[in-house]
Design a protein around this ligand. Structure first.
Ligand code: COA
Length: 167
């Protein structure tokens, strides 16, 4: 049986830290779906379509990765699409508290034997987040090296246009 893995997140936008997790997870499973989550609790900078577009561009050279989006419960999306694994990245011990709660709640909602697995974030990305990168860019700081070139270009285009067209 093919092993389908899921890596979900806001990806607002995808960073090199996320990409590092994606590249490593893609080697471990037959296929990896990167899913952009429509999260009503987060006021996102990019629209869902923009986040999907940026994630697609960033992963276009990894043959077993596809990009999708969903709204609602992650567990429902997992159950409906038959993922056997949900991949999460851990940056620091502070991520662990949140992650264990989510993993345990999700485990109670999965209808198949889906497992959550954690990959340790590469230390060079352990202190970055999408918000921090957007803040640095908005204040004129350099963000190359932390984010794919296309995402970098899109952030600067959007900042120039005043961050219009959000969801
Ligand atoms: N490298 C760089 N940054 C990383 C990273 C890595 N390896 N891993 C995480 N981050 C950053 C993210 O960019 C994000 O930054 P931001 O807050 O500035 O946007 C931050 O760390 C938190 O990431 P994460 O914990 O993955 O949050 P998220 O919002 O991206 O994803 C969901 C959380 C979408 C998976 C979760 O909210 C969810 O499952 N939602 C669906 C609804 C649901 O099922 N709820 C019940 C859950 S039990």
């Amino acid at each position: 049986m093919k092993r389908k893995a899921l890596y979900a997140g806001s990806f607002d936008p995808i960073t090199n830290g996320h990409l590092n997790i994606i590249e490593r997870a893609a080697k471990m499973y037959d296929s990896l779906t990167v899913a952009v989550v429509v999260n009503p609790n987060k006021n996102c900078f990019f629209t869902v379509d923009e986040r999907v577009d940026i994630a697609k561009k960033a992963t276009e050279n990894i043959s077993n990765v596809e990009v999708d989006s969903f709204s609602g419960l992650l567990a429902n999306y997992v159950n409906e699409n038959g993922f056997s694994v949900v991949v999460r990245g851990l940056r620091a011990t502070t991520d662990f508290e949140n992650e264990i709660q989510m993993a345990q709640m999700n485990a109670s909602l999965y209808t198949n034997d889906t497992e959550t697995i954690f990959l340790m974030t590469d230390p060079q990305y352990s202190y970055i987040s999408s918000s921090m990168i957007k803040e640095v860019a908005s204040l004129g700081g350099r963000i190359d090296g932390f984010i794919p070139d296309y995402a970098n270009k899109k952030i600067h285009e959007k900042l120039k246009s005043g961050g219009k067209d959000n969801e």
